[in-house]
Design a protein around this ligand. Structure first.
Ligand code: PLP
Ligand code: COI
Length: 342
């Protein structure tokens, strides 16, 4: 085994690491980056993040490559999405340079926690922006905190790159049309907890939401986008109520390069019957093949894999994405940044 801790024991969970970084915003500007070894943040009990959910977050991974170098994947895209989430909740944007600088420092300071190459695990960075100053009326805060911590993680879905079963949820919505579905904000996830519990209690790995307006089209999972393979086409939902996934965006590029057509369009639930393969995708989920999807509204089960094995295109997409993230092949897209001072 190369450098780094054994990644095989990590689930997608919180594990204490050595340092995190914080940066406060007040009087209209971001201050200096502060490094901390505390897992706690001092917070006013009337802070807007606690009262009114003025909170946004991100999820990025640092990978230890085949050559033992440390790579981050499309970090600027996460910075841009956090900026969009901040605009959505009336919070000040974290500039891309500050975001990338903090990420670099957090990875560097926690280098010993980056799992060894070969286990599929990575160091997950969790940036968050919090409204810190007190409000009791419904107003935005004057002061904010940008925090970034790190935790080693395995894949989000416990089976890793083997199939998981999922269930359509019709009784709950993840997001409202013209609401906050396109933003990565804590409130969307709070709203998904009950539906997730329903799906898990019925034996499914997670829930799949439909478009909240018409309940006819596929949206996404609580923590990942979805895509299907239909013949020679990669098909993924176009919807205002899903999070624009950086993984999905990247897979669409790879899909074209390996000979698939790409369609980003509304997908009727019944169209699941025409898909040869179906997967969830995201930073945490990576590419998670789905065995079957149950729709309690119609009683129909859509089966994609009969033997629990991923389909050939899912495997090709997964292999190519991971080969780039772990430095096994040349990064012709310029997606990864190598931290060559680690
Ligand atoms: N959709 C939701 C609701 C998510 O929480 C995530 C995870 O970040 C994604 C999609 C996937 O996005 P990304 O590929 O940028 O991690
Ligand atoms: C991620 O994939 O980075 C996530 O944040 C997913 C998690 C919230 C379920």
């Amino acid at each position: 085994m190369g450098k780094g801790i054994d990644g095989s024991k990590f689930r997608f969970a919180y594990y204490k690491t050595d340092y995190n970084a914080r940066c406060y915003y007040s009087n209209g500007k971001w201050g200096e980056i502060e490094i901390s070894d505390s897992e706690f943040i001092p917070i006013h009990m009337a802070a807007t993040c606690l009262q009114y959910g003025q909170e946004a977050f991100e999820g990025v991974k640092a990978y230890r490559g085949k050559d033992d170098s440390i790579r981050v994947f499309r970090l600027e895209k996460n910075a841009e999405r956090l900026q969009s989430s901040c605009r959505g909740l009336m919070m000040p944007e974290v500039p891309t340079e500050l975001f990338c600088d903090v990420a670099h420092q957090v990875v560097k300071l926690n280098e010993r926690w980056i799992p060894a190459y070969g286990s599929g695990a990575a160091l997950y960075l969790r940036p968050l922006v919090l409204g810190m100053s007190p409000q009791v009326g419904v107003h935005y805060a004057k002061e904010y905190l940008f925090v970034m911590f790190a935790t080693p993680v395995g894949p989000y879905f416990i089976n890793g790159f083997a199939t998981n079963d999922m269930m359509i949820i019709r009784d709950y919505d993840r997001a409202a049309p013209l609401g906050t579905g396109q933003f990565k904000v804590g409130a969307n996830y709070a709203g998904s907890l009950r539906a997730n519990e329903v799906a898990r209690n019925m034996g499914y790995a997670c829930e799949i939401y439909l478009d909240p307006k018409e309940k006819k089209y596929l949206d996404e999972c609580g923590g990942a986008n979805v895509f299907g393979i239909k013949g020679d086409t990669y098909v993924t939902p176009l919807s205002d109520t899903i999070l624009p996934s950086i993984t999905n965006m990247s897979l669409q590029v790879i899909a074209r390069d390996i000979g698939l057509k790409v369609e980003c369009r509304p997908i009727l639930v019944e169209e699941l019957a025409d898909f040869d393969e179906f997967c969830a995708c995201g930073t945490g989920a990576i590419v998670s093949p789905v065995g079957k999807v149950f729709d309690p509204g119609t009683g129909v089960t859509y089966q994609f894999s009969k033997d629990g094995k991923p389909g050939k295109w899912s495997k090709a997409l997964y292999d190519r994405l991971l080969a780039i993230q772990f430095g096994e092949i040349a990064d012709s897209y310029n997606w990864v940044k190598v931290y060559d001072d680690l």
